[in-house]
Design a protein around this ligand. Structure first.
Ligand SMILES: Cc1cc2nc3c(=O)[nH]c(=O)nc-3n(C[C@H](O)[C@H](O)[C@H](O)COP(=O)(O)OP(=O)(O)OC[C@H]3O[C@@H](n4cnc5c(N)ncnc54)[C@H](O)[C@@H]3O)c2cc1C
Length: 442
């Protein structure tokens, strides 16, 4: 693949959206009387928990292949606030604004005939095939769990109270909504000094996002000529992905604005005194030493974990708590009526990304439609692919692609890196974002 192909891929989402349109009148589900189970009636019912990139893509793609089922999407949030593209807005990249991150699932629900119920699912009963919110219980024929990530501050040595303080004072902005507004305000009001960004330990969503964020915030501070430094505390030896491209940008474009601290394992955060304690490898003494870093403001991104709903419901998970599925499908390892998709899945060597969630959601939607029609879903016939762009300055970007393939029954991934930052990739970054959101919402 060359740069021109990357540009084409960026535009591809838009083309797909234009050709995949389907419209019909939304169906109605009447609410049951209190405590009664909202039963599956004459139509088969798919319940999707989570109306993010994965969940809404599955909803639309079931409908594109099956017009008879009832589709209910549960999400407590009544707006969809995108994480992709948010770093560009944080970095004040020209022509970006918050409205570009916001979408209404109600609009796409009406267009693709699925219902959006603004409620949180608190439990799944696999035996009864029901899910429950705080006050209602709904029966399903097929269940899709697409609940994304939750935060885990315990790996930074924080107890529940300090974790709450940390989340309030230094929001991660790793999910959409209020946290994003809060981080933007911090960046805009920063007067100078040390601004810390932490890279999560373990598997986390969008591996390049903390580095892209650091680069764009540094670019903004540089443009404002602030006496400021973005300090990146990374538990790894080098950036998780696109290391060459990011380090090149840090060392050239942001020499005076970014300090990258690898092998920095955070052990505590004093939220009031603004001090981070971390262990790091000291080359001189060839041993790990403890260090302290004082900061003026911070974006503390904690470890990510899958929703506790998954473990609570007895669905199979791996040792890190991410969902297990039957290779090469998205079907739960221990329940054939339940499918898991998006960032919650820990089975495959895919990065946790919106593009992977979307690509998987398209495949899963078609498979579920086949199951609803009594056909063979042909698991493994189609496998997802990913393209992930990262801006390293307001007008240049780098990229990586991943394509899943089957080898001896195992799902593997082919990775290609594009780490020489250029403008054509930055143009692709923007068209990719508008393409994928158009595909889901329009
Ligand atoms: C700063 C940043 C930049 C990024 N940039 C990119 C990018 O450029 N390209 C890319 O491909 N990816 C990017 N990503 C990654 C992308 O955002 C995620 O991988 C993607 O959102 C995963 O989709 P998902 O549907 O699994 O989770 P989400 O999109 O998070 O959706 C999960 C939904 O489930 C809901 N939910 C959770 N629990 C419950 C419950 N109990 N009941 C009902 N609903 C529930 C949540 O409210 C949420 O709406 C970025 C991420 C970040 C943080």
């Amino acid at each position: 693949m060359n740069r021109r192909d990357l540009l084409k891929l960026g535009v591809l989402g838009t083309t797909v959206a234009l050709t995949n349109t389907y419209a019909s009148t939304p169906s109605q589900t009447t609410a049951p009387s209190t405590n009664a189970i909202n039963k599956v009636q004459n139509k088969k019912r798919v319940i999707i928990i989570g109306g993010g990139y994965a969940g809404l893509t599955v909803a639309k793609n079931i409908r594109l292949h099956d017009t008879t089922s009832e589709i209910l999407v549960f999400d407590p949030k009544n707006i969809f606030a995108s994480c992709p593209y948010s770093n560009l807005w944080f970095g004040n990249v020209k022509d970006t604004n918050y409205e570009q991150l916001i979408f209404s699932p109600l609009v796409s629900g009406a267009k693709y005939d699925y219902q959006v119920i603004n409620d949180k699912v608190v439990s799944i009963n696999k035996e009864k095939k029901t899910i429950s919110t705080l006050d209602k219980e709904y029966e399903y024929s097929i269940l899709v769990v697409a609940t994304g990530i939750e935060y885990d501050y315990s790996t930074y040595g924080l107890d529940e109270t300090t974790a709450k303080e940390c989340a309030t004072l230094y929001p991660a902005s790793y999910t959409g909504g209020y946290e994003q507004l809060s981080l933007k305000k911090k960046i805009e009001e920063f007067k100078g000094g040390t601004f810390v960004i932490t890279v999560p330990k373990g598997a986390y969503r969008c591996p390049p996002a903390p580095y892209e964020r650091a680069a764009l915030i540094a670019s903004y501070f540089k443009e404002k000529k602030l006496n400021a430094k973005v300090v990146i505390l990374d538990p790894r030896e080098k950036p998780t992905t696109k290391a060459k491209g990011f380090l090149e940008a840090f060392n050239t474009l942001y020499k005076d604005y970014i300090e990258y601290l690898p092998t920095s394992n955070i052990t505590n955060i004093d939220t009031k005194n603004k001090t981070i304690t971390y262990d790091t490898f000291d080359i001189a003494s060839k041993a790990f030493v403890q260090k302290k870093l004082n900061f003026d403001d911070a974006n503390i991104i904690p470890s990510n974990k899958a929703s506790s709903l998954i473990t609570k419901s007895g669905l199979a998970v791996n040792s890190q708590g991410w969902a297990r599925v039957k290779t090469p499908s998205f079907q739960s390892l221990n329940d054939e009526n339940i499918y898991l998709v998006g960032d919650v899945v820990g089975e495959y060597p895919f990065p946790k990304s919106a593009q992977m969630a979307h690509s998987s959601g398209i495949i899963l939607g078609e498979q579920i439609a086949k199951i609803l029609k009594g056909q063979n879903p042909q698991f493994g016939l189609k496998l997802p692919g990913n393209i992930c762009y990262s801006m390293v300055s307001p007008d240049t970007a780098i990229a990586v692609t991943h394509q899943a393939y089957l080898e001896n029954g195992e799902v593997k991934v082919k990775t290609e890196l594009f780490e020489d930052a250029d403008n054509i990739t930055a143009v692709s970054t923007k068209s990719w974002y508008f393409g994928i959101t158009q595909n889901i919402f329009e």
